[in-house]
Design a protein around this ligand. Structure first.
Ligand code: GLN
Length: 477
């Protein structure tokens, strides 16, 4: 039983199929770990007492955790915001329906930055999540609860959401695999919207095999999401062990620059050498509009967020602060219900969408977004995939950036372009610094070519063992 934390999710599922374990034993094993470790990590917001296995698949019987912005019918969904703290979901998100149909055991919900605004999981009304590799540091965000839970082996895998890097950046800071698929690949029906032209749901796992199996389960067209793609979904597990010889990997010079910590650059160099050993071809490229990505993203994402958050008005969901006029009710509820960062996004977004400023900000940002997308189109005429660091630094200290939003926003510098360009991208562990903190590498692919990312990742993990390292805190229990 003790070695369950060293097994892949698919291996656990196989043990259940072969009657070596029962799904209840597995559920209770992880639940016990959560009970013991969660008080120090604060990765889970709610842990369910029991579970129901309602279907079958290669992952049947294995527990999964869900970021608290994805609706699970009849369960509390808070987005880590006071304004939703009493809200119960009335339906299952499409991904949840699919997980249930595949027989996974939903074990609980994970902490996050309020409404997914942030890069450190400190913007949660339930307190910050701690990085299991060093509990004085952040786990990254906004899916920090999911990434920390998987890193500490409180659960074999989890779902997160990624608007500008919220799956990949915490995966990088916690030493796990975080995958953001192509925009449209996975239905967002039942995901509480942040930036509708950017949001994607995706898996956080310890390894690429589980990642491929989960993608098989959750990808695909959904009539309830108008942005969902009808493109056929391949069997992602089939491409895992195809040789990577001859694959052209692009290294954009704008991502290997001053400002990136030397320890991160060193780990990336080693990663490049491993791919070279596997006979991939390394090609230097340029994505010249990268320097505008952060500014472009924060205008577009905040504009869409300010519009999406209008629905939280004290009438329809969650918190209501009563007052003698309706407009006072709205404003008092929003004043009390939203945290600082949510308010900042609402101000920023409302300003950039307001008449007179719309052309100068939102419209201009949309044009720059096209230029960023074009950079990738040009790059992908020369290379098959792009390799970059996921984050310019390892996990930073709790509190270090919380009063400096600009420096917090800059931690997404390498992840947001993939969202602006709607491309699939993944972060995977590629080393540790001297203090034992994980470092992540990112692969970005062409639209709907998730397979190549899985292939490269699997090939990398077949000759390295960074993904098998477990934080000390997680080995105690
Ligand atoms: N950190 C980025 C932000 O604060 C991205 C968040 C996300 O991907 N949800 O907007």
């Amino acid at each position: 039983m003790d070695n369950l934390i060293n097994l892949e999710g698919v291996e656990i599922a196989k043990n259940i199929k072969d009657n070596l374990l029962t799904s209840s034993e597995v559920f209770n094993f992880f639940k016990k770990r959560i009970d013991r470790l969660n008080p120090s990590i604060n990765a889970f917001l709610e842990v369910y007492e029991d579970f129901k296995i309602e279907g079958d698949s290669s992952l049947a019987g294995v527990p999964i955790a869900i970021k608290d912005n994805i609706c699970i019918k009849d369960k509390r969904i808070t987005c880590a915001s006071r304004i939703l703290s009493t809200h119960i979901a009335v339906y299952d998100a499409t991904v949840i329906k699919k997980l249930k149909k595949a027989g996974l055991a939903i074990i609980g919900t994970t902490n996050m930055d309020e409404f997914a605004f942030g890069s450190s999981t400190e913007n949660s009304c339930y307190g910050a999540t701690k990085n299991p590799w060093d509990i004085l540091r952040v786990p990254g965000g906004s899916s920090g609860g999911s990434a920390a839970a998987v890193a500490a082996r409180l659960v074999p895998f989890a779902l997160g959401s990624d608007t500008g890097g919220s799956i990949r950046q915490p995966a990088s800071l916690c030493g796990v695999v975080g995958f953001k698929p192509t925009y449209g690949r996975i239905s967002r029906y039942g995901l509480i919207a942040f930036g509708s032209s950017l949001d994607q749901i995706g898996p956080i796992t310890t390894n690429f095999v589980d990642c491929a199996h989960l993608l098989n389960i959750i990808c695909g067209f959904d009539q309830y999401d108008s942005t969902s793609s009808t493109k056929e979904v391949p069997d992602f597990t089939k491409s895992l062990d195809i040789n990577i010889e001859g694959i052209r990997i692009g290294l954009p010079k704008e991502y290997f620059c001053e400002g990136v910590a030397p320890e991160v650059l060193n780990a990336l160099e080693e990663t490049i050498n491993i791919f070279k050993k596997k006979k991939a071809r390394i090609i230097n490229i340029s994505l010249p509009h990268t320097k505008y990505a952060v500014a472009t993203y924060y205008i577009i994402a905040s504009s869409e967020a300010s519009s999406n958050l209008q629905r939280f008005d004290g009438i329809k969901y969650g918190l209501r602060v009563n007052a003698n006029t309706i407009s006072k009710l709205h404003s008092l509820t929003r004043k009390e219900g939203f945290g600082c960062e949510a308010k900042r996004r609402i101000f920023l977004g409302t300003y950039s969408l307001s008449s007179g400023y719309y052309e100068a900000y939102y419209l201009r940002a949309s044009k720059v977004r096209n230029l960023i997308k074009k950079d990738f189109d040009i790059a992908f005429s020369e290379v098959d995939v792009i390799l970059t660091p996921t984050s310019p630094t390892v996990a930073f200290k709790l509190g270090e950036k919380i009063d400096d939003p600009l420096s917090m926003y800059l931690s997404d510098i390498f992840t947001i372009s993939a969202n602006l360009a709607a491309l699939p991208a993944v972060s995977f562990p590629c080393g540790f610094n001297k203090q034992g903190l994980p470092i992540g590498a990112q692969l970005i692919g062409k639209e709907f070519n998730e397979e190549i990312l899985l292939r490269l990742g699997f090939s990398y993990q077949s000759i390295t063992d960074y993904h098998k390292k477990i934080p000390k805190i997680a080995t105690i229990c």
